[in-house]
Write a protein that binds this ligand. Sequence first.
Ligand code: XUL
Length: 537
Amino acid sequence: MTAKTDPSLNDLFLGLDLSTQGLKATVVSPEFEVVYEAAVNFDTDLPGYGTEGGAHRHADGVTVTSPPLMWVESLDLLLSRMQSDGFDFSRVKSISGSGQQHGSVWLNKSAVGALKALDPERSLHSQLRSIFSVEASPIWMDSSTRAECDALETALGGAQAVADLTGSRAYERFTGNQIARIARLQPDAYSETERISLVSSFMASLLIGDIAPIDASDGAGMNLMNFRDKEWDAAAMETTAPGLKAKLGPLVPSHAVVGTIHSGYVQRFGFDPECLVVAFSGDNPNSLAGLRLQQPGDVAISLGTSDTLFGSLTQAMPSGCEGHIFPNPVAPEAYMAMIVRQNGSLARERVRDEVAGGDWKTFESLVESLPPGNDGYLGLYYFEPEITPPVVSPGIFRFDSAGNSVEAFSPAQEARAILESQFLSLRLHAEQVGLRPENLVVTGGASVNAVILQTLSSVFGKDLYAAEKSDSASLGAAYRAVHGFQCHAAHDVVPFSETMASAPAYRKVASPDPSAADLYTQSLGFLNRLEKSVTNG
Ligand code: XUL
């Protein structure tokens, strides 16, 4: 990298993450040291909005929204907290951000004027309370749009056709389907809407004092964008709602600078007037950057309430059944693919409670008492409806090595079976969307458990590395702030691997059992058949 693009040691880079439950700031130095963090929790810090977990769940059981004004107020509160902590805003060279994916913010004709005229003497929320044409923003947890999804798939030629075009089949939470529903049920609000932003681009808009464009990585979570050429697709837009293109505005690459900080923040908080704002993106694309996935084959697994696997790839294979393909936020020529399994930590804990009285040590001894491959016994554990593979009715299914149903497993078989089947399923479905891990990073709550890590490493046949910090979205936003700053200075795309070259290496936490690698590879076909026999996919 040329010296011109290198930040100076005094510089700081700010990442913001507006998640479902709160707003978080992570500040990094040019050496990628986290030097400051702050957070706002929507439920406890802004109780006036009456959210639970940051959202309002409606009586119909499928509609889930959040008040966008709460997001505005949270930015005020976060920046004020940073100011009271004595944070030196003048050192911030650039800001980027992350937002929960798919949620939309509906702006009326007064929005641009109000954003441009932000007055440093007054709070943001007092100035912006009347810019919304829809005051309850649908978010990613909303599943009210089955009819709209069916309509899109019918119009475009089926689920696979929608996936081939947009990177994902039609999903209820995807923004285009949310837009179609609002346009149908609230036609007046739709026609009063000047612009529809994503949560991510809306937060960037608040900082630049104008409407910030949607970036291509988060734009791919809408079922509206051609994920290969990164343009809005005319047929998808036409099926979704009339006159939509003008309401969405342009798309930009995720590393693009979308503006400089509005003068109101310079006066109120002491920001440098030249502080750049790099396009905000979705939380999953930001996590990809936060976990430093730099090249095709770099894959992260987050073991959380749900288990998520995502990684970078050059040959995208969108699936009409599962997973998502987004443009890669830090490598414009590449993609990212993502698989979500709903039955993650809670399912493991449930089996642990049943076979080991809630004790991880006992659970570990049970797993270790049997060889990898579980003598051919395999179990499928769906305590909740499953996303990957699609399972509507929960259930547990146990099989012997010939694929015959088995009534019950011994505690040891059960303990080994849940880990092996969860991780084999992640590997199977990752391969089905073109993700073949070469370098594997694990994050999330369960990543401290030795037997879980060992099994994961063996199932994938790869060394396993651990990321030290779990809040990869806000960290990724800070890393992207550095990347965008450098790309801007270089007038070119700087390879993300160059940006991150001086970041400390990850710690190896497990190596695969060499005797198990072939066995697990051979089990993938068997698992696929068993999953198909019990699922709806
Ligand atoms: C991704 C998704 C969630 C949200 C959560 O498709 O719906 O991961 O991004 O914030």
